[in-house]
Design a protein around this ligand. Structure first.
Ligand code: HEC
Ligand code: HEC
Ligand code: HEC
Ligand code: HEC
Length: 127
């Protein structure tokens, strides 16, 4: 008689922490995103909205600066020519307008949007 209730309770007890742990957070964000309570501060990227959506550039800019500032970090020397892969943050096609999350993912492996058409390696990129 008690069995179904017990299973239900166990299910709730197991499912609650597991749901939170199932989301990967990048190593490079873990420290800064983890609060004193040991929990990841979802609001740092998602804001306070209850329903989480894909963060826009503004969510990243609060810490990383504007897209133009990010592009300066990865500027290539003017005489680099074709020996160096192009600046991913300021490209021929899109300027600085490409959403950060087209390349940088948080809960899964990052990818290079350009590689739908190109074959860049970007060894420096933390995936
Ligand atoms: C609360 C502040 C904060 C927010 C918001 C934030 N980051 Fe970060 N991020 C950091 C810190 C701190 C580091 C580690 C130090 C560093 O490399 O700048 C980091 C590291 C990174 C790195 C690795 C940099 C490297 O060294 O190669 C990437 C890529 C990155 N963040 C992208 C993003 C993107 C995309 C977003 C938005 C979805 C975002 N971050 C939101 C603080 C933040
Ligand atoms: C087209 C893909 C792409 C987009 C879009 C993109 N990034 Fe990056 N990002 C990269 C790659 C590739 C690297 C590695 C840089 C290199 O090879 O020099 C990188 C590196 C970085 C770094 C580390 C820079 C450093 O050398 O210190 C940060 C921080 C970062 N990105 C944040 C962002 C933020 C914030 C946005 C949105 C405004 C963004 N990125 C948009 C591909 C992208
Ligand atoms: C460092 C920034 C960052 C933090 C912190 C973060 N997220 Fe995310 N989240 C993202 C990005 C970027 C995406 C877009 C998909 C991806 O990159 O995995 C995303 C996507 C999502 C989505 C899917 C949204 C959609 O519409 O597809 C959910 C749900 C979500 N996050 C929940 C959470 C929860 C819950 C937490 C706290 C435990 C959290 N996130 C912490 C950056 C973050
Ligand atoms: C939808 C396909 C597509 C995407 C996505 C794309 N490109 Fe391109 N790209 C092209 C095409 C097509 C050309 C023209 C090829 C040519 O003339 O050699 C080109 C040319 C270039 C060139 C000039 C090549 C040269 O040899 O001078 C650069 C640099 C470049 N792309 C960088 C990027 C970067 C950086 C990204 C990502 C931010 C990107 N591309 C995303 C299709 C794409």
């Amino acid at each position: 008689m008690l069995k179904p209730v017990f299973i239900l309770l166990l299910g709730v007890m197991l499912a609650t922490p597991m749901a939170a742990n199932a989301l990967n957070i990048k190593d490079y964000h873990k420290e800064v995103m983890t609060g004193a309570d040991g929990k990841v501060d979802c609001a740092a990227c998602h804001g306070d909205a209850k329903r989480k959506t894909v963060p826009d550039a503004a969510s990243c800019s609060s810490c990383h600066g504007s897209p133009e500032e990010v592009a300066k970090l990865t500027e290539r020397p003017a005489d680099a020519g074709h020996s160096v892969e192009p600046n991913p943050h300021n490209s021929l096609h899109y300027g600085t307008d490409l959403p950060c999350t087209y390349c940088h993912q948080e809960h899964k492996e990052s990818k290079v949007y350009c590689n739908q058409c190109h074959e860049f390696t970007y060894p420096q990129m933390k995936r």
